[in-house]
Every structure is written in structure tokens, then in C-alpha cells.
Write a protein that binds this ligand. Structure first.
Ligand SMILES: Nc1ncnc2c1ncn2[C@@H]1O[C@H](COP(=O)(O)OP(=O)(O)OP(=O)(O)O)[C@@H](O)[C@H]1O
Ligand SMILES: [Mg+2]
Length: 454
């Protein structure tokens, strides 16, 4: 019975009778069948056409079936392979299966057996491809425009960004230093329809008041001493694209007024200029200060805050999404190994444990630097505890769970004792490490411990 199957099968055999016999049988089953009388012709077809299943003889005049199999595994990994073999070549057929063939058939080919095997091979292959696709999709969920994260917080932000990137809405990105504000701003631009237009960045904290105004809005010749030429500002340079204003909390009040006008009316004048300039710019602003508090304190204009805060993305500090740490470490190890031609590809469990406990005040930037410096320094393939930067090894004891609460009024002697004992306990009784962390001599530590009534 003729079935409607859209899979394409390539039959390769130098014996015309076998080739044509198989073609006919498979066509009757409803498949699209291509044929080749030698290995090289098969290679040409495989390079040009999408083939779901290759059925190939082992012995051919030009290249062997094994060679064709290896070629197919490499150049068309999604193609299933069935080997046909004459009497006495079973061993090679088994070898072929080890190399990735789905199964083999012996000559003369039993057509019913062939039918059943082809159907199974194609189904298995489809599942395999689907599996690869799903895995890839999953990996992409954790990897969003080079932004790594699988924690709930990060996935929610990825979803939000996907929704808002295409629009022109102003976005306020808030987060501690090193949480990825600039990376996200970039990703939003890349995902928007403006991606082939400029992405212009201004660090508002890095520029003095006068320079910032002229950087943002440009100036006309003679506007101030040193203004020898007319100059376009970043707003004009970002026309049709995205302008990223970093450290927005730091802009002085008269620039806040000018910015508010651009947001409301999309127009401004260059410093010292009369002509009104209109721009089409998407604004993304970032801050590591809390703008709402700055508004309450009267340091930031409330009306501007509301104009900027249309969509708010709060990037959580790394210590609040520690489940992302292993994924980030894996990503950075891979990245810096490749960049530095190293073969580092793993981290020892105790080293990972320490990095999980650490508080990461510098967030992902600090983790990035920690892994980069470690990968560059070490000779082995695995990062061990001892390879980690000294300040991290020693500061790990400051993580929240290792805090010490001492009531006011406790004597200095008692405070010292508590700190020493706690540090010793956190470091599993290691006195050398404890002395190093507390910055006292080992002898002093022994003396003090000896004086306690333990
Ligand atoms: N989720 C992430 N996945 C991969 N790399 C990240 C991620 N977040 C941040 N990074 C990397 O960490 C570093 C710091 O990120 P970024 O400069 O965007 O932080 P920031 O919030 O702008 O910091 P700052 O406030 O100090 O300017 C960059 O090298 C960035 O590529
Ligand atoms: Mg930044």
C-alpha cells in the first residue's frame, strides 16, 4: 500500500539490480528515493540534499561503505544509516554500527524486513533530532544573547525583555555594580528593530557637568571656550537607534530638565544653539543607586523619574540567585579557556562549594574576573580549591551564615575570643588559615587559644 511519507532515502549500491529493487520497494512504501551507484556520487547528493536515511552497501568500487558512513556522520549528522552487507562481511557491519549506523541488512535483502527497519530507523532518528532540538532550546533558555542564568528571577527578566524589546518604551535598569545592566541594555537593543542602527552609550558619572551636557546634546561653534566647531551630541548620533545612559542618578538638575523635555517632546537644542533638533531615540537608562530614594530626598526630579521608569528591570545581585553560579562558572571556564588557548574544563567540588558560599559583592563582574584570572594562571585542567584567588579563599568566611552576633557591651577580650573561635570553626579547625585570615601570627593564635578555658 502506498503511504504518504515525505522522508527522503538515498540508496547506494554499485549493483544496479539491488539498487533499483530497493528503490522500487521503498517508493511503493511512499518514500522519496534517490540512488547512487558509487560512494562519491552519494557524497555529492548528501552535500546538496536533505537526506533522512542512507542505505548503503559496504563494498563499492571507489570508496568503502565505512568511509561513506563516516562522511555522513560528520556532514549530515541527522541522517540515519542502514548498511547492506553481503555474506561474510557481518563483522564489518557490526563495526559500522559501532560507528553510528542504525542497523544492517544482509543480501539478498528481505523486502518486508527492510520496510520495518526503515520505518523504525526513521522514527528513532526523528526522536533523536527532536531531542537535540529540545536540548538546544533549553540551552538557549539559559543563554539569552550571551546572558547566562536559569534562576527564576533571570528567566522572568528574559521573558520580560522578549516582550518589551521590540517597542520604543523607555527602560530603567536597576542593579548593583556588576549585575549586568550594560549587558542587558545591549541585549534589548539587539532584540529590537533598531538593532542595525547605533547603540550609543554615555556614562553620566564619568563626565563633568559641562561636558556631559555637550556630550548628550551637542554644541554649536563658539558656545563656550574650546567649542571651535559645531558638534553633534549622542542623542543625534543615536538617531533611529538606542541611547544607553549609564549611572543616570548622577545627572545634575539642569540636565534633568533638558532630558525630561527630550522624553516628552523628542526635541532639544544643542548647547548655545537656537535650532530645535528632533530625534527618534529609544532610551535605556541604568543606575546602581535607588532612584526612588533619590526622588524622596529631592536629588532626582520626580517627573523625570516617572518618565524614565516606564518599564523597570531590577537585576538581582548574584548572592540572591546562587543557583546561577555553577552555570556561570561553566560558561566563564569555557570562554576563558578558549580565549587563552588553555585546556581548563572543570572545577573541583570543594572549589565550587567555596564559590557558592562566597557573597560576591562585585556580582558577575567579580565572578568573571575570578574565573578569568584562575584559568590564565593554572596548569591543570581542573580548577582546585588552592587555585582560587587568595582574597576569595580568605573572605569566604564572611558569607551570611557565618556571621557573628555580639551584643553591645561585650568586653574586647570576649569579642576577640568569639571572633577567633568562630573563624577557627568555619575553617574546620585549620589554625594556619585562621591566623592568616585574622592577620595574626600562628604563635599568637596558639597562645590565645591556650589562654581560653575551653
Ligand atoms: N548573566 C550574565 N551572564 C554572563 N555574563 C554576565 C552576566 N551578567 C554580567 N555579565 C558580565 O559581567 C560583567 C559586568 O556586567 P555589566 O558591565 O553589564 O554590569 P553593570 O551592571 O553595568 O555594572 P556597573 O554598574 O559596574 O557598570 C561583564 O563582563 C558582563 O559581560
Ligand atoms: Mg555598567
Amino acid at each position: 500500500m502506498k503511504q504518504n511519507k515525505c522522508d527522503t532515502i538515498l540508496v547506494v549500491d554499485d549493483e544496479i539490480n539491488t539498487r533499483e529493487g530497493l528503490k522500487q520497494a521503498l517508493e511503493e512504501d511512499g518514500y522519496n528515493v534517490l540512488t547512487a551507484g558509487c560512494g562519491n556520487k552519494a557524497k555529492q547528493i548528501l552535500s546538496k540534499k536533505e537526506v533522512n536515511l542512507l542505505i548503503s552497501d559496504l563494498r563499492m568500487p571507489d570508496i568503502s561503505g565505512m568511509e561513506l558512513l563516516k562522511f555522513t556522520r560528520k556532514s549530515a549528522p541527522h541522517t540515519a544509516i542502514i548498511i547492506i552487507t553481503g555474506f561474510g562481511t557481518i563483522e564489518t557491519a557490526v563495526k559500522a554500527m559501532k560507528e553510528g549506523a542504525y542497523d544492517f541488512l544482509t543480501k539478498p535483502v528481505d523486502i518486508d524486513k527492510l520496510s520495518a527497519m526503515v520505518e523504525k530507523a526513521l522514527m528513532t532518528q526523528r526522536l533523536l533530532v527532536e531531542n537535540i532540538y529540545l536540548k538546544e532550546k533549553l540551552r538557549n533558555r539559559y543563554r539569552f544573547e550571551q546572558i547566562i542564568g536559569k534562576s527564576r528571577q533571570m528567566r522572568e527578566i528574559f521573558d520580560l525583555i522578549e516582550q518589551i524589546a521590540p517597542s520604543k518604551t523607555t527602560i530603567l535598569v536597576e542593579g548593583e555594580s556588576g549585575t549586568g545592566k550594560e549587558l542587558f541594555a545591549n541585549a534589548i537593543h539587539q532584540l529590537s528593530s533598531r538593532s542595525n542602527k547605533p547603540f550609543i552609550k554615555v556614562n553620566c558619572a564619568a563626565l563633568s557637568e559641562g561636558i556631559l551636557e555637550s556630550e548628550l546634546f551637542g554644541h554649536v561653534k563658539g558656545a563656550f571656550t574650546g567649542a571651535y566647531e559645531n558638534k553633534k551630541g549622542r542623542f543625534e548620533l543615536a538617531h533611529k537607534g538606542t541611547l544607553f545612559l549609564d549611572e543616570i542618578g548622577n545627572i545634575p538638575s539642569h540636565i534633568q530638565v533638558k532630558l525630561l523635555r527630550v522624553l516628552q517632546e523628542r526635541e532639544f537644542e544643542r548647547v548655545g544653539g537656537q535650532k530645535t533638533i528632533c530625534v527618534d531615540v529609544r532610551l535605556i537608562v541604568a543606575t546602581n543607586a535607588n532612584l526612588a530614594i533619590a526622588v524622596k530626598k529631592g536629588e532626582f526630579r520626580e517627573d523625570l523619574y516617572y518618565r524614565l521608569n516606564v518599564i523597570n528591570i531590577k537585576l538581582p545581585p548574584l548572592r540572591e540567585r546562587k543557583e546561577d553560579i555553577p552555570l556561570l562558572i561553566e560558561y566563564f571556564i569555557d570562554k576563558f579557556s578558549k580565549e587563552n588557548n588553555k585546556e581548563v574544563n572543570n572545577i573541583a567540588p570543594d572549589a565550587l562549594d567555596l564559590l557558592m558560599k562566597y557573597n560576591w559583592p562585585g556580582n558577575i563582574r567579580e565572578l568573571n574576573n575570578c574565573i578569568e584570572s584562575t584559568v590564565v594562571r593554572i596548569k591543570n585542567k581542573t580548577i582546585c580549591l588552592n587555585d582560587l584567588p587568595t582574597h576569595i579563599k580568605h573572605r569566604s568566611y564572611t558569607s551570611e551564615c557565618d556571621n557573628l552576633t555580639i551584643p553591645l557591651g561585650t568586653s574586647m577580650q570576649e569579642i576577640e575570643k568569639q571572633v577567633i573561635l568562630k573563624t577557627l570553626s568555619v575553617n574546620q579547625g585549620n589554625k594556619v588559615k585562621t591566623a592568616q585570615i585574622l592577620n595574626i601570627g600562628l604563635k599568637t593564635l596558639y597562645r590565645k587559644l591556650g589562654s581560653y578555658d575551653l
